[in-house]
Design a binder for this molecule. Structure first.
Ligand SMILES: Cc1cc2nc3c(=O)[nH]c(=O)nc-3n(C[C@H](O)[C@H](O)[C@H](O)COP(=O)(O)OP(=O)(O)OC[C@H]3O[C@@H](n4cnc5c(N)ncnc54)[C@H](O)[C@@H]3O)c2cc1C
Length: 380
């Protein structure tokens, strides 16, 4: 066993950290308050290779490992969880789905534009009536000649209103249950597809989240992604990898909150001394630092196993469950250590506290992670 990152990985961490501090940190609150996703950041993210982190060089990707993917997402989340969420959804959901299950023509058509950051990727599984129970989706795709005709709507879609390319799951054969769901790539501007309501969110506000509506949206037959009827099964494989990314996001967010709390505890004086000298504060710091290290180990282990080609359903869910829940605790303690200043927008604590709740919900709630883990343990 070797827990040390390589020199290249250390360099990657430093590079992404410096980038996030210089290009993202100064704008975090402005983007949050205006709910603005900074499209102007895309060329800079792409220049660093962050729009195509794990994709093959032949498509312009950075060909990094899953471990390196975690380093990138963690460092972005440490500074701005919302930007990290967008980068994770673009890489880990939309682009991954095309890279994993697209044919040669689809990869050639879509991957270069996605990894160069010319377009943002979106991925549509969830519907108003089908969240945790995603297989009960109502959106349909019916074959008509050389097209598939999509009807229905998707909810809570990251980049739903600003994504240039979207992977959409739809029912192609209702009688076959989850084996009757297929995936399609739909380009922004396709007639019959339009963005619906943009969500006004508690946190992750710089990351666009919108409804997407399909009304007789005709998609060319060659945009069927993967085999007909395999869309939901492929989705579960995409999520096995995606959840490692949300675990890394959680670790980064927790790290950012912990560092803010540590810094403040040394500056803030009460009863004639820094509050860091009080054991009650020290124990919070110690507990959070310990939990963050444990979450990081689970996350990087899942990523390492993925890099070895192993199936990581259980490890991904364990990492996502644990990391997201300890991140909630880290953000809560960060506010508590800041006292009243944790409740106002002059300090970063309140934003971590708002952003963090998404990580126990997105890409499967904590309850669903426990269900996935239990099924794996029981061999179901
Ligand atoms: C900011 C944001 C971004 C998102 N981005 C995307 C995206 O890009 N693409 C996409 O497809 N989706 C996206 N989602 C949707 C997200 O994946 C869903 O919100 C999530 O899966 C939960 O579904 P739901 O909201 O319908 O909750 P529900 O499924 O209705 O769950 C409500 C509650 O019931 C619990 N519950 C449900 N079933 C069970 C069960 N069997 N056992 C125990 N408890 C259960 C849940 O854990 C939860 O506590 C996003 C959501 C948000 C908030």
């Amino acid at each position: 066993m070797d827990f040390r990152p390589t020199e290249e990985q250390e360099l990657l961490r430093r590079t992404v950290r410096e980038f996030a501090e210089a290009e993202i940190r100064p704008h975090v609150m402005e983007w949050d308050e205006s709910q603005h996703f900074p499209m102007e950041l895309l060329p800079k993210l792409a220049e660093l290779g962050l729009m195509g982190i794990q994709f093959a060089e032949e498509f312009g990707g950075s060909a990094m490992s899953a471990v390196e993917y975690c380093i990138c997402i963690e460092e972005l989340a440490r500074v701005c969880p919302a930007i990290a969420l967008s980068v994770a959804a673009h890489n880990g959901l939309c682009t991954s789905h095309i890279a994993m299950f697209g044919n040669a023509a689809q990869k050639a058509a879509f991957l270069p534009r996605l990894v160069r950051g010319e377009v943002l990727g979106a991925w549509g599984l969830t519907e108003a009536g089908a969240g945790s129970d995603a297989a009960s989706m109502r959106t349909t795709a019916a074959r008509q000649g050389q097209c598939w005709v999509l009807n229905g709507s998707k909810s809570f879609i990251t980049h739903g209103s600003i994504g240039g390319v979207m992977v959409v799951m739809a029912v192609t054969d209702r009688g076959k249950g989850h084996r009757g769901i297929s995936a399609f790539v739909v380009e922004h501007g396709t007639p019959g597809m339009k963005a619906g309501k943009k969500e006004n969110k508690l946190g992750m506000r710089a990351s666009d989240t919108s409804e997407v509506v399909f009304d007789d949206c005709r998609v060319p037959a060659e945009h069927l992604l993967g085999e007909e009827g395999q869309g939901f099964i492929n989705t579960l494989q995409v999520l096995d990898a995606g959840r490692i990314g949300i675990a890394a996001l959680s670790v980064g967010l927790a790290q950012g909150a912990y560092e803010a709390a540590l810094r403040y505890s040394k500056e803030r004086r009460q009863f004639g001394q820094p509050i860091a000298s009080f054991q009650a504060i020290q124990w919070k710091l110690a507990d959070n630092a310990t939990r963050i290290e444990a979450a990081r180990l689970l996350t990087y282990r899942a990523a390492y196993l993925k890099d070895q080609g192993a199936r990581t359903t259980r490890e991904s869910s364990m990492a996502k469950l644990f990391a997201s829940e300890i991140a909630v605790k880290a953000a809560d303690d960060c506010v508590q250590i800041h006292g009243g200043y944790g409740f106002v927008k002059d300090y970063p604590a309140e934003k971590y506290f708002r952003d963090v709740k998404l990580v126990t919900i997105g890409e499967g709630t904590s309850e669903i992670q426990r269900l996935v883990i239990a099924r794996q343990l029981l061999g179901q």
